[in-house]
Ligand binder design. Structure first.
Ligand code: PGA
Length: 248
């Protein structure tokens, strides 16, 4: 049985009190399950000491310390009780120009510091329209993730997030999600090995919400979700949680 993960990506939303309240509400139903909240960094120190859900950082810099104004290191995150990070989100790639080379350095730094990572990949619409999405995603993985050594894959989850589905209300169909997840799993089997491919959690992200979660999570190769918009409301997130853990 593969590990299931439900991750909330709050992005640059929620004021401090709202974040604390939402985390408390989520803690009430998320007990003993693998729920992670990727909160704004400013609140991580406070949130990591509360509740029973893991909190993670949406961003960090790979250097240990020094003259990097505005950045946060992994050691600083660790000192605040954080050991989960997101890497490669399309918003970081597109809006903040994070290159594949930088993402590779972030992967290495996070893994060697013992962090759990969710590595995001996914194609833009024009790539899917040209039917080049499989190759595109594989290249993203090859460029920044697949060099991770065999014994560290237990720290890794992958999130497939087609860019055309993020925040657009247009979600991937179950067929589209399942075939890409299967493709990623087969690629991992080929490049890394059967054991890793069998145990690696592959999450879906992109307009996953309380109405489509059930269907998406019913796919054999979808092991959870990375949820943006629908994670900002407790009721929606709880329904998505129930869908993943089959609590009806
Ligand atoms: P969305 O965002 O659920 O709002 O589409 C998902 C994500 O960006 O991780």
């Amino acid at each position: 049985m593969r590990k299931k993960i439900l991750a909330a990506n709050w992005k640059m939303n929620l004021l401090r009190d709202e974040a604390i309240e939402l985390q408390q509400q989520i803690s009430l139903f998320a007990q003993n399950q693998n729920v992670q909240i990727y909160a704004p960094s400013l609140y991580l120190s406070e949130l990591s000491n509360e509740g029973n859900v893991a909190v993670g950082a949406q961003n960090f810099y790979f250097e240990k310390f020094g003259a990097y104004t505005g950045e946060i290191s992994l050691n600083q995150l660790k000192s605040c009780g954080v050991n989960h990070v997101l890497i490669g989100h399309s918003e970081r790639r597109q809006l903040f120009f994070e290159t594949e080379e930088l993402l590779k350095k972030k992967v290495d730094a996070a893994i060697s510091n013992g962090f759990n990572i969710i590595f995001c990949c996914g194609e833009p619409l024009e790539v899917r329209e040209k039917n080049e999405h499989f190759e595109f995603v594989l290249n993203q993985l090859k460029a920044s993730l697949l060099h991770v050594s065999d014994d560290c894959w237990n720290q890794v989850a992958i999130a497939y997030e087609p860019i055309w589905a993020i925040g657009t209300g247009r979600t991937a169909s179950t067929e589209q999600a399942d075939e890409m997840h299967l493709y990623i799993r087969k690629s991992i089997e080929k490049e890394i090995g059967l054991e890793v491919s069998k145990s690696l959690p592959i999450l879906y992200g992109g307009s996953c919400n309380e109405t489509n979660a059930n269907e998406l999570f019913s796919c054999d190769n979808v092991d959870g979700g990375l949820i943006g918009g629908a994670s900002l409301k407790c009721e929606s997130f709880k329904e998505i949680f129930n869908a993943l853990y089959e609590l009806y």
